[in-house]
Design a protein around this ligand. Structure first.
Ligand code: UDP
Length: 339
């Protein structure tokens, strides 16, 4: 039976893919987004759109009044840049938890019983090369990671006191895009490695800055676990079903890390163009390794990533960037064949 879902942050990169995944299986979807970083054009027409900010409890109340019964709420609307959070830590530490607190409160008032929250691997800021499981100590590497941890604790208390069931999904590095090319990654300014490396290879921007080559990793550059955004969507859907019986916390990645240099090499090979890059100082808040152990989510929910290679992730991201050189701002161009 189709369900009613509210996707907070549904106009963003992961949110738009999630909305599409819910619609594809027949659910009714409402998107709540302030369009600060999201795009109206990224919201599928079959979803109902409410422009609003989590800072405004009245609009949030109005959004939750749209339906008598909600099957669940997804929260993907945090400020989410590690570097920015280290330049303005108080902003991250007040805005993200403040917004989440208002959302949780509103959910409780409107009888929502299930909430899936996009948390982050940045909770584990000082991890080593071993894949990180859910028992790893929480040591946020940045104010961004700390803000996610605070929200996880809020959800703990929301369950303990009010019985709200939640899933905290600690994403590792979301990347790739819809293989059918309907949605993609379009941040302004773009700060993420894969889209920046692709644009550098396509000569759409100057050389990529490689943030630090003196980390204690095999080639000196940071190692990350890149997970396809469509696989994050399936993790959300499975987690929402799973929390019918109680709250969970899952680390979501592939369990395989790639260094920044390996990403640059992959982008060069797939675009057929060298990625121009220059060495830059370390970016504050970046840990050397972040690689997930996805064993728990796989065992508990049956989650299996469809896209298990960096090549697939980069190929999908490249196809979207070729077809949408200006992101969502202008009409798509003809897609060029991808090597
Ligand atoms: N990175 C880089 N140059 C850039 C952007 C990112 O060297 O212009 C590195 C960054 O230091 C990190 C990795 O690429 O080690 C992934 O960064 P990204 O911002 O894509 O994701 P994050 O790990 O912050 O979620």
């Amino acid at each position: 039976m189709p369900g009613n879902y509210l996707v907070v942050g549904g106009a963003g990169f992961i949110g738009s893919h999630l909305v599409s995944g819910l619609l594809d299986r027949g659910d009714h979807v409402w998107v709540f987004d302030n369009l600060q970083t999201g795009h109206r054009a990224a919201v599928p027409t079959a979803a109902r759109f409410i422009q609003g900010d989590l800072a405004d409890p009245l609009v949030l109340d109005a959004a939750l009044k749209c339906q008598q019964h909600w099957d669940g709420v997804f929260h993907l609307a945090d400020l989410s840049l590690v570097g920015e959070s280290m330049a303005a830590p108080m902003r991250y530490l007040t805005v993200n938890p403040g917004n989440a607190g208002r959302l949780i409160d509103a959910c409780l008032r409107h009888g929502v019983s299930r909430l899936v929250f996009s948390s982050s691997a940045n909770l584990f800021g000082t991890a080593g090369p071993a894949p990180i499981d859910e028992h790893a100590p929480i040591r946020p590497g940045s104010a961004y990671g700390e803000s996610k941890h605070t929200i996880e604790r809020m959800l703990h208390w929301a369950e303990r006191v009010h019985g709200l069931h939640s899933a905290c999904l600690r994403f590792f590095n979301a990347a790739g895009c819809d293989p059918e090319g309907r949605f993609g990654e379009a941040h302004s300014p773009e700060t993420h490695l894969i889209p920046l490396a692709i644009d550098a290879a396509l000569h759409r921007r100057s050389a990529l800055s490689l943030f630090g080559a003196d980390y204690p990793t095999p080639d000196g550059t940071c190692v990350r676990d890149y997970v396809h955004v469509c696989d994050l969507v399936s993790a959300h859907l499975l987690a929402m079903a799973r929390i019918e019986t109680g709250s969970v916390r899952y680390n979501v990645g592939l369990g395989r890390g790639y260094s920044v240099r390996e990403v640059i090499d992959t982008v060069s090979r797939i675009t057929g163009q060298a990625v121009p890059w220059r060495l830059a100082p370390r970016r504050d808040g970046d840990p050397a390794y972040l690689v997930a152990s996805p064993t728990l989510i796989m065992r508990d929910t049956g989650w299996r990533p469809r896209f298990s290679t960096l090549d697939e992730i980069v190929s999908h991201a490249l196809a979207w960037r070729l077809a949408h050189p200006h992101g969502y701002d202008r009409q798509p161009q003809h897609s060029l064949p991808v090597a």
